[in-house]
Each structure stands twice: as C-alpha cells, then as structure tokens.
Write a protein that binds this ligand. Structure first.
Ligand code: DX5
Ligand code: ZN
Length: 239
C-alpha cells in the first residue's frame, strides 16, 4: 500500500470549499457491483468529494463495508474522501482509515471513550478529524472538543440508513456551532448528513453547513450532474 501522503486526495478541503458549500454524495445507495464506475460517474458529474458510510451492524443495525471498500474508493477517486464511521469502538480502527488515505475521518461522539485522543491520533496521520453527533445527542456534548477537531458533522437523521426524512433539530445545532465558531475564531468545518434534498438544503446552508452529504437525492435522481448542480446552487443561494 502507498503511504498516506501519496494516496490522499490531491484536492484540499479548502480548495473544494472556495466557492461556498459543497454537496458530498454518499455512496450508500449506489450500485456496488460497479463501484469504481460509480465513483467516476460522480466525479464526472461534478462531485467535489465522496462520503463513505462505514457501518458495523452494532453501532447501527446495518452492516455496510470496511477497509477494503474504502481503499478501493480511495484508489478510484481523485476528490477528497470522507469516512463516516458508524461503528462501536471507533478508536480501534479510525487511524487505519486515515492511513488508507481518507481525507476526513468522522467519528461519533456517542460512546467514544476519549475523543481528544482519537481525534489527535487521526490528525497525526495528516488526516482531518471530525466529530459526528446523532440527533438525540445534545450539541453541548461536542463543545469541549472543538479545539481538538477540524469539523463537526451534524446528523439530521438517525444514523443507519439512507432515504430517511430530515430532522429540523439539526438546524439549531448548526447555527449554534456556527455562532460559537465565529465567537471563538475556530477553524471548524460544519457538515450535515441525512435527508438532504432540494427542500432542505437551503436551510442547512443558511444555518452554516458547508460539507453537505446527500445520498438518495443524488444517487436516486437518475441524473447525477443535474442533482449535484441544483443542490449546490440552492445551498450557495442561502449560505
Ligand atoms: C445515514 C448515513 C448517510 C446516508 C445519507 O446513516 O450516514 O450518509 O447515506 O442518505 P440520505 O441523503 O438519503 O439521507
Ligand atoms: Zn453518513
């Protein structure tokens, strides 16, 4: 395997965010029989990053994929890759996803015994370390760790499945963190994941989301390029 520095994306997160919020398509609902083709189609359609949902069947009911698939996507993609870990004991494997060339490794605060240690271990690999927060977890839970991470991913659905409805409680969390970031001059990127569609993306962008994950709205659209373009333009109008 190549070294992390060689295998990580050549495009930085700052570069993709230069023109405003971006849509990161989630591969969860794509055709896994043609994985590399799906990544190539998404990139050709203008995807500025790819979101990968690693689920272990314990932290969430569904079992998806792990390292082998993340490595395959990393090889196929030239845009940044976010690995969203929905697993028990993420501290055991987070570093290996960073070493596999993920540009962002996102770990859930729920059940993470020592967030600072895990975030620092991810960052030590030259990878961005983000904290994710589920809908039922108060936003205050992440506040002690804002100096230790590069971003926060607000879940706007219960983690575990694509195609669920957006939960508006995410908007309050986003705007709270956006204000905190401003007051404390923190270099934090805010993300949102779940239920993003043309009817919801404007509100999350308005509340401060920049890395906006969209699964079904892109993959089930039938036209990846039109979906990404339309969603991003709605986000940028409201940012
Ligand atoms: C849900 C995942 C999401 C999912 C989003 O647990 O974390 O990334 O793929 O799918 P949509 O956009 O369909 O809600
Ligand atoms: Zn996700």
């Amino acid at each position: 395997m190549s070294t992390p520095a060689e295998s990580r994306s050549v495009t930085s997160i700052e570069t993709i965010l230069a023109d405003g919020p971006v849509v990161l398509p989630a591969l969860l609902l794509c055709d896994f029989g043609h994985l590399a083709d799906e990544v190539a189609r998404l990139e050709a359609a203008g995807a500025r990053g790819i979101h990968l949902d690693v689920m272990d069947g314990r932290f969430v009911p569904q079992l998806t994929y792990g390292m082998v698939v993340v490595e395959a996507v990393r090889r196929a993609a030239s845009v940044p890759v976010e690995v969203h870990m929905m697993v028990d004991e993420p501290e055991q494997t987070a570093v290996s996803y960073a070493q596999a060339g993920a540009d962002i490794v996102t770990v859930h605060i729920e059940g993470l015994p020592d967030p600072t240690a895990t975030l620092k271990a991810i960052a030590a690999e030259g990878c961005r370390a983000h904290l994710a927060i589920s809908p039922n977890t108060p936003v205050e839970r992440v506040e002690p760790f804002l100096d230790d991470c590069d971003g926060i991913l607000i879940m706007s659905v219960e983690p575990g499945f694509g195609g669920q409805s957006f939960q508006p409680s995410a908007l309050t969390k986003l705007s709270h963190l956006r204000d905190l970031r401003h007051r404390r001059s923190l270099p934090l990127h805010l993300g949102v994941d779940g239920g993003i569609a043309s009817s919801t993306i404007g509100s999350v962008a308005h509340a401060g989301a920049e890395l906006i994950v969209a699964g079904s709205a892109v993959i089930r659209s039938g036209d990846y390029a039109a979906a990404i373009r339309d969603l991003e333009s709605l986000a940028r109008e409201q940012a």
